[in-house]
Ligand binder design. Structure first.
Ligand code: GLU
Length: 306
């Protein structure tokens, strides 16, 4: 177990508010990055995550992960909201933008740092690539800078990244996780964990490509002495050559399907069929799919992987 984490009052209040929300019932979320149009794989995750929340009569939040500014694309945040609307996936409350929550993330970072849970790391990606696991395998940081007590400030024109000193039980699953990147950006794991906990997310349903992220995020949740979130994973959609769909390769978003004259029921039907929830060829709205699944108890859970 990690040593207990002590927080300043304003962070305690945020954590307690999140805990209260979690205790009230199911709260899920969809958290796309506004780096381009949502492709069918993202939409499939959104649909499954929405169904899981609505089947539990729970809340479903929309969060835009827009911290990595250079990767954001103009208009992407608006477009993804329109796409979700078009598919009939409604979310609760205002959209949460991570870029407006930097103060909160920084406060957690400072609290962790003050308690000696972070260390400065000056390993470059290239250095790590040389010692990393065989191609395709997840590599675990070997802890090179862990005990070096390196200077926090600028050195040779660079800042260090800050890593979490994970407790023993996580040393083989996540290794020491980066919480602030060397370019000064708050890292994804920190922002997402702070959000899940303070927004009271009880269960995260997301693509299987984020399986390793779960280990890093559980290590951080443990370091801040919080109750773990439940994570479930949606199998990835692949193209006809078996490669996973990705925004950067320009796999079709909704725009091209709409221009072929396809409507939301067609797309929802196809996405649901791709997960084995309905037969291929069925056309139904998201609301109709939800009613169907209410009659087939447990079918959605059988799709999701732990
Ligand atoms: N924003 C991340 C992405 O689109 C996912 C975040 C998450 O679901 O934890 O890949």
């Amino acid at each position: 177990m990690a040593t207990p984490f002590e927080m300043p009052d304003h962070l305690c209040e945020q954590m307690e508010a999140g805990q209260r929300l979690r205790n009230q019932g199911y709260r899920g979320r969809f958290a796309p990055s506004p780096t381009g149009p949502l492709h069918l794989g993202n939409l499939c995750t959104a649909l499954v995550s929405w169904l899981q929340a609505r089947l539990a009569n729970g809340a479903w939040l929309l969060r835009v992960d827009d911290l990595d500014k250079p990767r954001n694309r103009v208009g992407a945040a608006e477009n993804l909201q329109q796409d979700l609307h078009w598919l009939g996936l409604d979310w609760d409350g205002p959209v949460v933008f991570q870029s407006r929550r930097r103060g909160l993330y920084n406060s957690f970072l400072s609290a962790l740092r003050r308690q000696g849970k972070l260390y400065a790391c000056r390993c470059s990606r290239r250095m790590l690539a040389d010692i990393s696991a065989p191609a395709g395998r997840h590599s675990i940081y070997p802890g090179t800078c862990r005990d070096l007590e390196l200077f926090w400030g600028w050195h040779e024109g660079r800042l260090p990244s800050w890593r979490l000193r994970v407790s023993k039980e996580f040393s083989h699953t996540s290794g020491d996780v980066i919480l602030r990147r060397a370019d000064g950006f708050i890292a994804y794991h920190l922002a997402t964990v702070v959000d899940e906990l303070t927004l009271g997310i009880s269960e995260v349903v997301r693509g299987e490509d984020l399986l390793e992220a779960m280990n890093a995020q559980l290590a951080l949740i443990n370091a801040i002495s919080a109750r773990p979130v439940i994570y479930r994973h949606v199998p990835l959609l692949c193209d006809d050559q078996g490669r996973k769909l990705a925004k950067r390769e320009g796999h079709a978003g909704l725009e091209s399907l709409r221009s072929e004259g396809l409507g939301p029921s067609h797309v929802v039907g196809w996405l649901a069929a791709s997960q084995g929830l309905v037969p291929f060829g069925d056309e139904l709205t998201a609301g109709e799919l939800l009613s169907e699944l209410k009659k087939k108890e447990g079918i959605l859970k059988s799709v999701l992987k732990p």
